[in-house]
Ligand binder design. Structure first.
Ligand code: LM2
Ligand code: CA
Length: 476
């Protein structure tokens, strides 16, 4: 409705990793908007290298993290027109589009022709915007031209090369101006936020300078949301970046995914400020596109326990949650997304197929029954506090969210027959983290919480009572 379009749905983000622009647009309309998800994070939209074969896979997914120019036309995910149409279609459903912004570096060794036809070499990107007006040459890189060797040396981590990728000289005002032009062009199209790729490898004050005074976001208003990818450590803490936007809480990711994997969750009602990041500053996630490949503590491959962890993330108010949505890469961490093969009109010679959640190649974690209703739970519960209501051993936890919601999590192999006090008003509620209806009577709730499953009840929410919304309750 008009209110949703103007204000957005809520804060829950879904990362539709490698989805085409057309498929993202459809998902905004068909699912994310009606379900109350507030934003979709999309894969990098700028022109990228084309790598026909690498380390066991054709056109690896990580092509996209090697920019050739800042043109958004003709990537593996679609054209500029399709990108713009996606942004406006998603806005019509109250869903913001966040772009994965690769600003630390350009390409690795070698040379070639990018996805949109731009010639490139490692230190030579002659046409950044497709108008012949601006380029990068060797002087725009550095000051370090070698691989990061000592990860305890802050200067090296921020100025030398990450996996051999040509590191932009982000101290240089001309470089900053090109990056800002790229970001502002996206904002002007309606892009409402950025995940800043490899932010830790850009000196924090450079991030501050590049991101200061970005344009106002059309439709939604305000400055773009920012979340910076920082894997904090003793050399470069997460908090170095908090003046410039939110920061990825990898300490949360490791702790929460590990605890759900081990069934050790009863202490999670009250969470610490992971890595020093407050509730307001933290971006939280159970896995991301890197961890699911390289450090897979808990991913879709683990089944129910993974979805339980995701439901918990959405039910607990700490941080801004990002739900991972993947394609099935099997055992091949390099494997690119399912593709249509060669198609005329695509300079790369092939394009990614439109994601289809009824096709098992596209996992669609965000549509799992334990997850799909939980954006509405989060929207209904807002910032109401967590009040612990029950535990049972190490693997079971139930809490209220003020008088707006109640949730119970069972990371064990047996059903949890639970009776607990709740501040939820008496009444009948759909289970937003599964199926069925539960009753609250005389301030008590009784539930059979399934093995490795959850129940989540809430008032209000953005869903109306339409069939499509499923778990909708009284819209309040
Ligand atoms: C990120 N965050 O900081 C992304 O989340 C991560 O996915 C990116 O790595 C990385 N930073 C750079 O943006 C991925 C992928 C790497 C891949 C790079 C560049 O994980 O394996 O590196 O993208 O495409 C590849 C090769 C690597 C080679 C490099 C340069 O795997 O062996 O290094 O290209 O040619 C010599
Ligand atoms: Ca750098």
């Amino acid at each position: 409705d008009a209110t949703a379009a103007a204000t957005g749905n809520g804060e829950a983000v879904v990362h539709l990793f490698q989805w085409t622009w057309d498929a993202v647009a459809n998902e905004c309309t068909d699912f994310l908007g009606p379900r109350g998800f507030g934003a979709v994070k999309v894969s990098p939209p700028q022109e990228h290298v084309v790598i026909p074969y690498a380390e066991g896979g054709n056109h690896p997914w990580w092509q996209d993290y090697q920019p050739v120019s800042y043109r958004i036309d003709n990537t593996r995910r679609g054209t500029a027109e399709e990108f713009e149409a996606m942004v406006s279609t998603c806005a019509d459903s109250g869903v913001k589009v966040y772009v994965d912004a690769v600003i630390n570096h350009m390409t690795g060794d070698g040379s070639g022709t990018g996805s949109a036809g731009t010639e490139w070499a490692k230190y030579d990107h002659p046409d950044l915007f497709g108008d012949g007006g601006a380029g990068y040459d060797r002087a725009d890189f550095g000051p370090c031209y070698e691989e990061i060797a000592d990860w305890n040396d802050k200067w090296e981590v921020q100025n030398c090369q990450l996996v051999g990728l040509a590191d932009l000289d982000t101290a240089d005002p001309r470089v900053r101006a090109q990056i800002r032009r790229y970001l502002n062009d996206l904002v002007d199209m309606g892009v409402a936020g950025f995940r800043v790729d490899a932010a830790k490898h850009v000196p924090e004050e450079h991030i501050g300078a590049i991101l200061s005074d970005l344009h106002e976001v059309p439709v939604f208003g305000g400055r773009p949301e920012i979340y910076q990818e920082v894997i904090g450590d003793q050399t470069i803490p997460y908090t170095a970046y908090t003046p410039y936007g939110d920061v990825t809480a990898f300490d949360y990711q490791r702790d929460i995914s590990g605890r759900f994997a081990n069934g050790d969750i009863s202490g999670l009602a009250h969470l610490p400020d992971y890595g020093g990041l407050s509730d307001e500053q933290a971006t939280v996630f159970i896995d991301n596109h890197d961890s699911q490949r390289y450090h897979p503590t808990l991913t879709f491959k683990d089944g129910d326990r993974y979805y339980l962890a995701t439901a918990f993330m959405l039910a607990h108010p700490y941080g801004t949650p990002v739900v991972m949505s993947s394609y099935d890469f099997g055992d091949n961490v390099t494997e690119g997304p399912p593709s249509t093969g060669s198609e005329p009109g695509n300079p790369a010679g092939w394009i990614t197929e439109d994601a289809d959640c009824s096709d098992s190649e596209w996992v669609c974690e965000h549509r799992h029954p334990a997850v799909a209703g939980m954006a509405a739970f989060r929207n209904a519960t807002g910032d109401t506090p967590v009040v612990q209501r029950a535990t049972d051993g190490a693997s079971r936890l139930a809490f209220d969210r003020g008088d707006r919601g109640f949730a119970a999590f069972n990371a064990s192999g047996g059903t949890w027959n639970l009776t607990a006090d709740t501040a939820l008003p008496d009444g009948s509620y759909e289970n937003a983290a599964g199926s069925g209806t539960l009753t609250v009577a005389d301030g008590r709730v009784s539930a059979r919480v399934p093995a490795n499953g959850a129940v989540a009840l809430h008032v209000g929410g953005t869903c109306d009572d339409s069939a499509e919304c499923g778990g909708g309750t009284d819209p309040g």
